[in-house]
Design a protein around this ligand. Sequence first.
Ligand SMILES: [Zn+2]
Length: 498
Amino acid sequence: MQSPTRAPLRTVAEWDLRAWTALLVCALLVYMPTAAYAAKDQPPERPLPPEVFKPLDEALQKSYLELFDEASKLEFTPQQIEKMRQYLKDSRSYCRRLWAGKIDQWEKELRAAQAELRSRTRTLKEAQRKQYHCKIQNLRLQIHNGRMLRQQAIPTAYENRLAKLDLIEKWPAEEKQIRAEIASGAYTQRKYGDVLDIGFRDVGRGQEQDVKVGRDAIREMKLAGLMPPEVKNEVVRRYVTDLARKIARNSDLRVPVQVTVLNSKEINAFALPGGFLFVQRGLLEAVEDESQLAGVIAHETAHAAARHGHRLMKRATISSIIYQAAQVAALIFTGGAASIGLYYALQYGFYGLGMILSLDLLGVSRDLELEADQLGVQYAWKAGYDPTGFIRFFDKMATQEGYVRGLSWFRTHPPFYQRMVHAKREIMFLPEKKGLIRNTDAFDRMKKALKEVTAKAEEEEQDRPSLLAPETGCPKPQMPEMKPGKRRVETVCNIPID
Ligand SMILES: [Zn+2]
């Protein structure tokens, strides 16, 4: 990935001398400074000897839940941890610089290809023209993908790493503190500690005023072409609706929950003010059992119940918020013009609604995420579910490095250390309950029905012309970073791993 191909589209024989000279001069002017810069810019040095670096690095690959169990047995000094922290921060900067360079490079190639196309446009045969179109289209996709990696995916991957480092450092002391609070009974005095009165306590007063806000937002989203189509499959819809209603009955929500299942591969769910819950197909595909899905739905329900959108949306009108979202979408995906069907362009590469909707509208901020985590854990527990569902799903997203795949999820659920601890602490404080549910037959039936829905959607998506890729039948651009799996962020950045 270090040196992107610079091979011209035409064969050597086709080139005349003038074009060659021009290209050579261009190449010298354009690439020399980049090459000189790249040679200077090296990945950061490892700050610790291998016998310390290696085990610490390995620990950082573990899931949050494993680290909760193992942190107290790990023996790293505060100095070693601090050195690793600085190393991770330096690596993050290096990684982002590297991608800035790649994006620059592709932008130059894009402009060169466009200039070439323009100068040859009269003489090109159809197949040659198509080659140019494909090259331009693929460069645009690569640039777009590169920007997403640089601005979102790489920072998030390192954010998760840093959060795990914090956990290794701080959890053992934190755990002692929690045990002391349990022993002394002090934990009952925490905010929202009255878990036996869920649904009867004073949480989110005035929810009914939010219904109009949510309704307006949905209408505006539809008008702007941002709303994905719905899943029509009755088994899937019924299952998700029943589950959401069960959670709502065991929550502080006092307006009816309205459930929509969106036919989108985005791995996310969100609640608009007033109890409008949107669950995306990608989330249903990604969750491994009912308690994970219940955890996510409970978290979103908590945002609606505690009126987080209302608390963050000061003065802004719904139409201005959705207009902004449509503009962001148009800017990212088309370089200007919005149109009906914008959502299909958005789907390319799993970006989706979570990347464009206002975080204020969704009620997302660090503090409010902590509150939604706490309340969500309580609601899932009250509904009879294993309350670790949300953490386990979060952990799955954080540990299985899918980069672009997790963009939407982590934009609306930012990873940080206090978040995991806060949820874990709440779980430890909850009264013991027997027979908590992890999975059900209904979940497995939903998964089975979902397979057909996914297969059909993928087939339809196959050759759908989108704004981002209007030329059909091009070779797929090289974007391996989009594949989910165990690939570490370092491999995307040429930082050595053992
Ligand atoms: Zn949230």
